[in-house]
Design a protein around this ligand. Structure first.
Ligand code: ADP
Ligand code: MG
Length: 243
């Protein structure tokens, strides 16, 4: 079953191209990476999938269902969650309050919400220990863990995460990446945006590489890692070998 199918998605910011004619798919249970240099269109694509910006053109299917005309909120309720770049946790609220907000609007019953909270805290023992601590006192890596846990509160089928390693030291990156693998191991499909190619290809089964808004390369991680066209895409060279 395909969790996500994108057909010819284009997004513009006025005259500026965000992404153009992007076609890709993600199988249920897969970790797929979306790679590319700064400005390649990775964040734009995630925002179009979650509906926080409007695409000009294209089709987005979520488990076979047309998604692109739904409100962002309905997409979350449907099982799609987006952890944006820079984490965006509420620093003036506690860890517990941040987590409770993650379930807001998706779980109607109080009992159901508190059950979900117990499940998530079991997965993230650090957050359980520091439940009442203000989120603003956490380190960058801890805030990223909280952002992932908050996303898991809505019990998503698909988790999209934008540059989780950004600004973190290597040890914290390992913690965050281990968690992402745990999230995938319980059956969550993951669409991972990264600039750090090596890191992303270690956990992703497949990847798509964006350059100037378009997919220039895609394939299984094990073959991409040694593909010279991958570094070309980062250095801004033409991907068709025309250089
Ligand atoms: N809010 C915006 N207004 C205008 N242009 C934007 C905006 N956001 C992104 N862009 C442009 O869209 C392109 C893709 O950006 P983005 O999706 O942020 O790339 P990435 O996440 O891969 O770094 C870039 O040329 C960028 O300058
Ligand atoms: Mg970005």
């Amino acid at each position: 079953m395909k969790a996500l199918e994108l057909e010819e998605i284009s997004v513009y910011y006025g005259p500026v191209r965000g992404v153009e004619n992007v076609t890709l798919d993600v199988e249920e249970g897969e970790i797929v990476a979306l790679l590319g240099a700064n400005g390649a269109g990775k964040s734009t694509l995630l925002k179009a999938i979650s509906g926080i910006i409007h695409q000009k053109q294209g089709i987005i299917k979520f488990f076979g269902e047309d998604f692109h005309r739904m409100s962002p909120h309905r997409r979350v309720v449907g099982g799609l969650v987006h952890v944006p770049e820079g984490r965006r946790i509420f620093t003036a609220l506690t860890i517990g309050e941040n987590l409770e907000l993650g379930a807001y609007g998706t779980k109607t019953g109080r009992v159901e919400r508190s059950e979900r909270l117990s499940e998530v805290l079991a997965m993230f023992p650090f957050l359980k220990e520091h439940f009442k601590r203000l989120a603003g006192t956490l380190s960058g890596g801890e805030q990223q863990v909280l952002a992932i846990a908050r996303a898991m509160m809505s019990n998503p089928k698909v988790l999209m995460i934008d540059e989780p390693s950004l600004g973190l030291d290597p040890q914290k990156i390992d913690i965050v990446y281990d968690l992402l693998q745990e999230v995938a191991a319980i059956g969550t499909t993951v669409l991972l945006v990264e600039q750090n190619v090596k890191l992303a290809l270690e956990i992703a089964a497949r990847a798509y590489v964006l350059q100037q808004g378009s997919v220039v390369l895609s394939g299984v991680s094990s073959s991409l890692i040694n593909d010279p066209r991958l570094s070309d895409a980062y250095l801004g060279k033409a991907a068709d070998g025309d250089h």
